[in-house]
Ligand binder design. Structure first.
Ligand SMILES: [Zn+2]
Length: 222
């Protein structure tokens, strides 16, 4: 009886949601019949991309696609503080990458400096990681922090990017959390040279990780 009532309430909520906020494809804006992010035509535009292995420390990095449409606008949306675009990106990561097949313990968002986070209103990596935690049933753990403000990586050359993020991440002292020897998934929206993920992974080495993965929306291919 309770289950039956719950189904009726869920259905009524769905109808209200459908009327108040009808679903549209986030790329071409065509009407959708359910709450998927992209229509079938735009989904077909996604070109899967091979994983890469970063060295020292070793990280296998998975992305949905190259930094191109239809995923690119979801990443650029952070410049005008569109939090829902980051949530949609998480759904696409879950659907189009290998993450749902990986064995891991914690999702760790790449931290933003607190000044940049307060200007934007949120950390896009954290929004993505939180949604992925919901989808996977795993825990998001904010166990590293950014200890100094850096220049935007997108404005720097490849060599400058390496120096820009060197030694800027630090592992937090976490008590009462079973964290040593675990498998971590570093989460970010975009990877270019991999310098940020590598420096985050160096900070994670304090916890003697069994394995570190990286999961991102797009990978910029040179
Ligand atoms: Zn579309």
């Amino acid at each position: 009886m309770i289950n039956y009532l719950k189904k009726i309430i869920d259905f009524i909520c769905y109808i209200f949601k459908f009327i108040l906020s009808p679903p549209f494809c986030l790329y071409c804006r065509s009407y959708l019949y359910d709450y998927t992010v992209l229509c079938q035509g735009c989904s077909n535009l996604i070109k899967p991309i091979l994983s890469i292995k970063l060295k020292n420390p070793d990280i296998d990095v998975y992305a949905i696609s190259d930094y191109k449409d239809p995923i690119k606008p979801l990443i650029l949306a952070k410049t005008y503080s569109d939090r829902t675009a980051s949530i949609s990106l998480a759904y696409l990561i879950w659907r189009y990458t290998i993450l749902s097949k990986l064995e891991f313990d914690y999702l760790v968002p790449v931290p933003l400096h607190f000044i940049r986070e307060s200007i934007r209103g949120y950390n896009q990596a954290e929004v993505i990681a939180k949604e992925l935690a919901f989808l996977s049933g795993k825990t998001m753990l904010k166990c590293i922090k950014r200890i100094k403000k850096t220049k935007l990586q997108s404005r720097l050359s490849s060599v400058e990017r390496q120096d820009n993020v060197k030694n800027v991440f630090q592992a937090l002292d976490l008590k009462n959390i079973d964290i040593e020897g675990k498998t971590f998934v570093l989460v970010d929206d975009l990877i270019t040279t991999g310098a940020t993920l590598k420096n985050c992974a160096k900070a994670l080495s304090k916890f003697k990780p069994k394995k570190i993965y990286g999961i991102v929306g797009c990978r910029v291919c040179s």
